[in-house]
Structure formats: C-alpha cells, structure tokens
Design a protein around this ligand. Structure first.
Ligand code: NAG
Ligand code: NAG
Ligand code: NAG
Ligand code: NAG
Length: 958
C-alpha cells in the first residue's frame, strides 16, 4: 500500500459526530417518506423498513395485527438463495416472516443494503434468525454479524435455541446502512428477516457515533400473560417488549390511566409498557434479577448499559412514601433514593458502560419508604465500538452504481475497502490515518463490461488508475472523466468506443498529468482514424491533432516503473493543488493558517454561539476540571453526544493566542489517538472549545489511583495506553507536514475515553516547525511541565520532535512504575534517575508498580522500561523517533499476548445463589476474564420532578 507523506492539515475527515439540527433531519425524513406507500426497498411513511428475507417473488405483504408491511429482500441484496424452513418447524401461531430464509453459501461476506435513510440519525436495526433445518442438514451454523463495517455480534444458532432476534441501536453515518453476514467457517450464514426503525437523535444518548448498543434484554414487568408482547403500534418505535412473568415472587400493579413521557424523555417508554409494574409479593423483600456478561471475540469483557423504567401507578396517600435504591452487586448504583413520579415515565440508567462479569441488581426500599419498591420495565444493552470508518460514502455510491450497471459479481459485497481482508477484488484503496478510505484504482480489464461507460466512474474522485480495457464498452467517452483530479492512467483500449476523445482528457494528456490508452477501438475518432466529429466536439478538433503525437509517445513508453513515478508525482501534485493561498481565508476571524495549509477545513468544525453553549452545558452546571485557561464543563449536544466544553475565563493565563492556536491545530489534525474538537465558540469576548467527551479522565488519575478509588490498571491496559499515546505523537511528528511538536506531553494531557482508549490532549503549546533537520526556531522561553522537559531543549531553547520523545519516555516510566514524574520520597528525585538506578541493579520487580500484582510478561515490562530509558536519553540524538517507539511498543504488546494472566478467575460467579426471583439472560460463558472494573459504575437518574429531566450528573467526570 503506498503511504504518502501528507500534510495533516489537509486530511479530510468525515464529520461523524456532528450533523445538522436533528429536527430538521427528521422533518426531511418525513417529507422524503411523504405519506405515500413507496416502492419496495424504501422506508415506509414512518421510516420503517421490514424485510422478510427469502420470501420468493417481488410482492410483500402486510401483517394484519401490526399493519406493518413486509417487503421481499429482492431490492436489498443480490446474493444468496431462498429456502423454506422444514415443515416440522412451522407452527400455526408462528409469524409468517419465519417461514423462509435467505442463505449465503458463497463468499465470505454477504450484505443487505438498506438505503434512503438519513445520515447521522439513530436507528434501531433488528436481524431475525430461525434455522428451521431449511437445508435439511440439521447443522445450525455459527457466523458473525456486522452493522456496516463494525462488528455487531456472533450469531450462534446452536447456543441460543431456534429463534434469535438481534437488535442494535446505532448512529448511521451515511445515507445507507449495511447488515452483513460473515462466514467464519462454521456453517452457511442465513437470515430470516431485517427491521430498521428510525429513532430520534435524543433517544438513547448512550448510542453515539462511536458506540452502538446491542440489546441483551427488554422486559416489561407486570403482565401475567406470557404472550402479552408490546410492540408497534403500542410502541411507536416498534421496540419489542417481552413480558417478565414471575407470579410467585412478584405482585402486579396496573393502571388504566395513561402514563406520559416527560418532556425531552430520553427513552420514551410506551404507556402500554409503563401501565404495568411489579412489587415484591412479600413487602419486606427486594426486587432482584441478574445477568452475566457475554464475552465477545473482540471484547472479552464488554461494557453494559442498564436502563430501568419507573412510574408510580398508585395515587399515594399523604404520608406514604415510595423510595428505593437501585443496587449493583450489593452497592447502591446511585447514592440517592429514587421516587417514581405518578403517571410520568422516569428512568435510572448508566451512561458509562459498566464492566463486570456478573450483574446482580437488587432494588430495595430506603429507610424512609413506607411502600415496597416497584419496577415497570428494564432494558439491558452491551456496548460495541462503531469507530471503524467505512469507505468514503461518495466512493461507495459510485462503485455500487458501477457494480449494479455491469452486474459485477466477484467478491463485491459490503464495504469496498474495509476491512482490508475483504476489500473488493480489482480495487485498490488508500487508507489514510484519520479519514475515510478512498478508492484509488479500479482495474476492470477483461471483465465483460458492456454498454456505455458509466458516468459513475467520474464520481470516484480519488481514483488515480482506471483500467477498462478489453471489454465490450460502446458509445462515447464521457467528458466528465477529465474532471477526475487525481486520474493519472486511463486505459480504454480494446473496446467498441466511438466518437472522439474529449478535449478535457486531451488537455490532461498534453500537460503530462494523464496517460491515456485507447488503441483497438475501431470506431474511435483519432487522427489515424478520422471520422465525422460531432458538432459539439468541433472546438476540440485542433487539440486532437496537437495532442495525439504526445499520446502515442506516452503510450509507447508506458512502462510500469514510469507509471509508478507518474502516480507518485500526481499525488504530490494534487496535494499541492488543495492548498489555498492564505489570503483566501480572510472572511473569517483568527482561525487562519499559520500551521500552513488549507484553512477551509475549519468548516468541518461547528461554530457555537455562547447561547448554544449555555444550552449544551445546562448553564455551565457541571465542572469537569479546570486549568490555567478556565473551566471545562460537561455538556450534551442535541443528538445526545456528550462533550467537554473548555471555556476561556477572562482572567485566564492562557492568552487568546494560545487558545486560538489550539483551535487552529485541532481543526487540522484528525487521529484516533488525538482528542478531537467538535466545534468552537468565539462569540464576543467568549471563547470556548468543544471536545469529544473523555469519560475516564486523565491518565494521571489512573496511574495515581486517585480516581474513584478504582482498581489499578492492569499491565496489558497500560501497554495499550502507551502504544496509543505513542501513535498519537507519531502522527503529530510524521503525519503532519511540517511536523507538529506538542511541547507539553505528560500524564495529565493523555485522556481516556469510556473504552480506556488514550488520546493526546491540550494543544495550547503545540507548534509546527519547518525544516527537515532537527534544528528549529528557538523561542524565548521554555514551555512544558517540570519533570517532563527535555534537558537539551532547556539548554538550547530549541524544541524538537525529540523533546516530545523525552516527555513520552517519562510517561512510559510512570506507566511502568506507577510513580509520578518527580518522586518526593524518600528524596526529591526525577523518576528517570530513580528508575535508572533501580534498573542498573537488574531487578525489574523493584521498579514495576506493585499494584499490577505480578500479572505481566516480565520480558515485555523490561522492554518497555528499556524504551522509556532510551526515550529519556540525555542527548536527543540517542533517543528513538516516535516511529521507532511505536514499533517497539508493538513488540511489547506481542510479548504480553503470549503471557497468560495468573489471576483469570472463572469460578467466582458460578457459585452465586440462584434464587427463584433472579432472572438470567446470560449465556454461561466458561471463559470469562476477570472483572477489570475499569469503568466507574456511575449510575444516573432521570428525575422527573417538574417534568424536566436534568442532564445526568453524578460522579462521572470527563
Ligand atoms: C403478525 O405480527 C404479530 C406480532 O408480531 C405476530 O404474532 C403474528 O403472528 C403475525 N401474523 C402473521 C400472519 O405473520
Ligand atoms: C456456540 O454455542 C455452543 C453452545 O453453547 C458452544 O458450545 C459453541 O462453542 C458456540 N460456538 C461458537 C463458535 O461460539
Ligand atoms: C439496600 O441495599 C444496599 C445494598 O445491599 C444496602 O447497603 C442498604 O443498606 C439497603 N438499604 C436498606 C434501607 O435496607
Ligand atoms: C428521610 O426523610 C427525612 C425527613 O423527611 C429526610 O430528611 C431524609 O433526607 C430522608 N432520607 C432519605 C434517605 O431519603
């Protein structure tokens, strides 16, 4: 894969977190859906898509109870074969959609594409499976399910019984979403049905652009009839609520009154569900249930989100109080008692996924309460990362249109470039560090293409190499191909093309930016094969005569090596083209460009007014932290995305200049290990930056163990954090041109998100430095933090990339030792000096953080310590580059992979008491890894008093 140097400032990144006003989008969706029943393969008036997979023919049907229309899958996939399930599995009461399946015996990946949906909206996606021995083999398969390019779950038909419904709530970034079945070698994937339901952006705030929710259970408490399932139309979002019936332990409470949602309700539990609740039959008992974590192949201890729905259904007499605690594993999940409100919905829920191997929930009355606890409904989800970026959506649309037009089969299924192992044959993609993959070459030579040249080729805007030779293409060459900015080679030889060569292409040939091959097209007008040029082509005639000798020459010398050179040059060329002159950017205020490059990119970031910020932060209610610049506040965007808002205080020691410098840098850099900016505010004297929310705070808090008295980080996690931070720095040094030097790398500037992924933050001191050598502009004063500052920089006043390497070495030592950068006891000494002395004695155990309990690969820790010492070498020349560091840390990770943890416990939860009032949803995984308790179990309340849900507050900080 070619890896080009690029100015990071020019990386286009698809803005995934932001979108226009959700209401506007919803409105558009309604307008688009337009009330009329659309043709199949389209959402209906509610935005619903319901597919009965494997239904023969083209005609769908409506369910007479729900009035939902089921479409055949003809418009959604072009692979697989349909089958009926065996007669012995069909029961009279069974819904019709289970009768048939589509199975996919061929290809590793097969997908359904659901189109005409609104990018950036939240969707509930449901996949339904019933094997029913459709193939007569009696061998139910196991395969993987993906939503788009992100792993969703393993579909294991052998464990989960005969009928399986998988549901995910995800933010869909593009105007289509794919549901893909991946053959993992354990049987032929198949599917019975797919449902898609749009959700308001504000619903389920835990589902974000980066994180999806996978349903484990959704229960309605109260009904005594096990078949009383609530779904559409009683739930307008068509969630399926199964009754939880346990008459022995739980007594039902019901009302005929409507239970209303509060304003801006985050979950909109339907009244039909909320009208029933349960309390313990024995009033002195608690409501109890549990579930167990289900290990996933890519996540051995997935995080869980629980949402419990409450509403008071009885009008309580004056003195009566119903107040209760929700406890997780014996500890109150939220410190205060909760009192449900009469006939209004309310919920308790966590925003940060909780990670345990088992979740024992008990709901007990507070001391003040005169009434037993109740519960109306519960939803439990595991979280999946949805951070893998799919191929640029315009490229996808174009190549899908090309696929459809020419009926290309090959392995053309799912995303064209992602994952790399399943990238489409005949395509080459570029994978930039921080932006969507692009299709850069298409080789459809000898592929039996017929008809005209699809105009969609001209929509592959990043394509550099396009080979359509030796097909049966007819008609003329589209002029639009000449507008492909990066096209360097176009091979159309060996077809039946006619007309003349478009002047735009000839111009490109003349100026040397394009190699064009068009031989063996007997009807094409060229000077050696003249024909009647069409009227519109007249002005290009002269160009043809001039150009053709050049063309021939190029054709003759088109040796691969030269092509490669050309390709390379072209890439550089296009890069330069995208740099706008600086003075073109004067329309806006100070976010200009001194980092060098295209400042048009700032449009990707959203601009907020001060009023917006007031709304987002709920009047600056919750402070996450503070620094020299002012406070950082907790906030929520309208789509529910949690953000951190850094507001510059007027008395700030960080000047306007630094503030803008950071904003400016952040608009240009996009990397998964750098904290990303969502937007900024410059409204009168107010200045603020809005960042992605990093729920787990700073690395420093984790190393020191100060944060919520959490357990200490295991080595494996520390290593990952080190690697990720190193990758972030490497990107600044190598991915940016000129390189960016952070100048204040330290453990408090490395932030962790809910998955404990590390991102470098605080670019207020960062600077871009020109020049290839390590000699740099000197500044008048030293910046940085004591304990982390490169001594050479201190001596020379010239910061270099190696200064960051030095500071990173200190961070790495902190990770290994669990000690701060400057030790206070027994004597005041730098961590570097201390570690050097200790390691010189050869005993790693004295150095390694004792809280890791010896659970690490000793060679890996030695190696990491060694890297740290090299990074902190006195002379910068002896220090490795960040690229070396990344490579070395990768090796440590490999060493650690070979290390089998000494304290994996698999039995601690199997002995748990299973009393009759417990309910288990879990699969009984035998191979659970130890509970790492890495996340705070902060549990939030949705208070309904005054019918205004407050933003979830609570102990979760940053
Ligand atoms: C219609 O939908 C309901 C609810 O999902 C289901 O129970 C019923 O079997 C369906 N009817 C048919 C004919 O599929
Ligand atoms: C599927 O489930 C069965 C039964 O629980 C289990 O034995 C098997 O290992 C699972 N297969 C996979 C690939 O997870
Ligand atoms: C409720 O349960 C929690 C956790 O077991 C316990 O700490 C608390 O004391 C209980 N409260 C009452 C009033 O019993
Ligand atoms: C119990 O009630 C008293 C008096 O109303 C109140 O001060 C106290 O905060 C309540 N305690 C709890 C745990 O709700």
């Amino acid at each position: 894969m070619p890896h080009q140097p690029f100015a990071c400032s020019m990386e286009q990144s698809t803005p995934r977190t932001m979108a226009a006003t959700p209401w506007l989008l919803l409105l558009l969706l309604c307008l688009a859906a337009g009330g009329v029943l659309q043709a199949r393969a389209q959402p209906d008036s509610k935005g619903f898509i319901s597919i009965d997979c494997g239904l023969p023919g083209l005609k769908g049907y409506a369910n007479e109870t729900t009035k939902l229309s089921y479409a055949t899958d003809a418009g959604f996939t072009d692979a697989g074969t349909n089958h009926n399930i065996s007669a012995e599995y069909v029961t009279p009461s069974m819904a019709r959609s289970w009768y048939n399946v589509r199975s996919f015996p061929d290809g590793a990946r097969n997908c359904y594409t659901l189109r005409s949906i609104e990018p950036g909206l939240k969707y509930l996606v449901r996949a339904r499976f019933k094997y029913g021995n459709y193939d007569g083999l009696d061998r139910p398969p196991v395969f993987d399910l993906y939503v788009g390019v992100n792993f969703w779950t393993v579909v294991n038909m052998t464990t989960r019984g005969l009928t399986l419904i998988e549901e995910a709530i995800v933010v869909v970034p593009d105007d289509y979403v794919q549901v893909c079945l991946i053959n993992t070698g354990a049987g032929t994937p198949f599917i019975s049905g797919i449902d898609l339901r749009p959700l308001k952006k504000t619903l389920y705030p835990q589902a974000t652009a980066a994180q999806g929710l996978v349903l484990l259970a959704r229960f309605n408490f109260g009904p005594t009839d096990e078949t009383a399932i609530v779904r559409y139309p009683d739930d307008p979002h068509d969630r399926v609520w199964f009754p939880w019936v346990d008459a022995a332990n739980l007594a039902e409470i019901t009302t005929k009154n409507r239970v209303q949602n509060v304003d801006n309700d985050l979950f909109e539990a339907p009244t039909a569900v909320m009208q029933t609740a349960v309390r313990p039959r024995n009033a002195s008992r608690n409501i109890e249930f549990y579930w167990e974590a289900e290990a996933q192949p890519n996540d051995p201890s997935p995080g869980y989100i629980a949402i419990m729905h409450f509403s008071e259904l009885q009008l309580l007499p004056d003195k009566a109080v119903r107040e209760f605690y929700v406890n997780l594993n014996g500890k109150p999940w939220y410190p205060e008692g909760y009192s449900p409100q009469y006939l209004y919905t309310g919920a308790t829920y966590n925003t940060v996924p909780s990670r345990h191997s088992r979740y024992n929930i008990s709901i007990n009355a507070t001391a003040n309460s005169t009434l037993p606890p109740i519960i109306n409904a519960v939803e439990i989800f595991s979280v999946i990362p949805t951070t893998i970026i799919a191929t640029d959506s315009k490229d996808v649309s174009a190549i899908m249109a090309i696929k459809a037009k020419y009926q290309v089969k090959k392995n053309w299924m799912g995303d064209p470039c992602v994952p790399k192992t399943m990238a489409w044959d005949s395509l080459t993609c570029s994978y930039a560090v921080a932006s969507a993959p692009r299709i850069i070459s298409v080789n459809l030579s000898s592929s039996g293409l017929s008809g005209d040249i699809s105009s969609s080729f001209a929509n592959l805007k990043a394509v550099q190499y396009l080979d359509l030779s030796k097909n049966k293409l007819m008609s003329s060459i589209p002029e639009s191909l000449s507008s492909l900015p990066s096209l360097a080679v176009l091979d159309l030889s060996g077809n039946q093309l006619n007309g003349s060569i478009p002047s735009g292409l000839l111009k490109r040939v003349q100026d040397g930016s394009l190699t064009l091959r068009y031989g063996n097209n007997p009807n094409l007008c060229t000077n050696e094969n003249s024909c009647q040029p069409t009227k519109t082509k007249r002005n290009s005639k002269r160009a043809i005569y001039i150009a053709v000798p050049v063309v021939l020459l190029v054709v003759i010398v088109s040796v691969t090596v030269l092509l490669l050179c050309l390709l390379k040059r072209k890439r550089h060329g296009s890069m330069n083209n995208s740099v706008k002159p600086q003075n073109e950017t004067t329309t806006s205020y100070a976010l200009g460009s001194d980092v060098g490059g295209d400042s048009s990119l700032r449009l990707e970031n959203r601009r907020f007014t001060y009023k917006d910020l007031e709304r987002i932060t709920n009047n600056f209610q919750l402070v996450l932290g503070r620094g020299g610049f002012g406070y950082v506040y907790d906030g929520f965007l309208e789509d529910g995305t949690q953000v951190a808002v850094k507001l510059r205080s007027h008395s700030s020691s960080q000047g306007v200049k630094e503030f803008l410098a950071e904003a400016q840098i952040l608009t240009r850099i996009h990397h998964k290990n750098l904290v990303s900016m969502i937007g900024y505010c410059k409204d009168g004297e107010y200045m603020a930056l809005v960042y992605e929310y990093m729920s787990e705070g700073t690395l420093q808090e984790h190393i020191s163990g100060n944060k919520h008295k959490r357990e200490c980080l295991p080595w494996r996690q520390r290593l990952r954090i080190a690697l990720e931070s190193a990758q972030g720095l490497e990107y600044l040094h190598k991915g940016c041109n000129p390189p960016l030097i952070h100048r204040d790398v330290k453990a408090t500037n490395i932030l962790l998100n809910s998955r404990l992924e590390a991102k470098i933050a605080d670019f207020g001191l960062s600077k871009a430095f020109n020049g290839d050598s390590d000699t740099h502009v000197s500044t008048n004063y030293i910046v940085g933090t004591p304990g982390y500052v490169d001594p050479e920089y201190q001596a020379t006043m010239q910061p270099t990339a190696k200064s960051d390497v030095y500071s990173f070495g200190v961070v790495l030592l902190e990770l290994v030792t669990g000690k701060p950068a400057i030790l206070r006891e027994p004597v005041h000494v730098s961590i570097i000096q201390w570690a050097r002395q200790q390691l010189a004695r050869g005993n790693i155990e004295d150095v390694v953080d004792a809280r890791m309990c010896g659970d690490y690969d000793v060679n890996g820790v030695w190696k990491a310590a060694d890297i740290a010492l090299k990074c902190t070498a006195q002379a910068s020349l002896q220090r490795p580059t960040m690229t070396d560091v990344v490579a070395q840390l990768h090796e440590c990770v490999e060493l650690e992979k070979g290390h089998v943890g000494g304290d994996t416990n698999s039995s601690s939860y199997t002995s748990g008491n299973v009393n009759s009032s417990t309910l288990s949803y879990g699969a009984y995984a035998t191979n659970q890894s130890a509970d790492v308790s890495q996340n705070s179990d902060a549990f939030e309340m949705q208070h309904n008093f005054n019918r205004v849900p407050t933003m979830p507050t609570g102990p979760a900080a940053r």
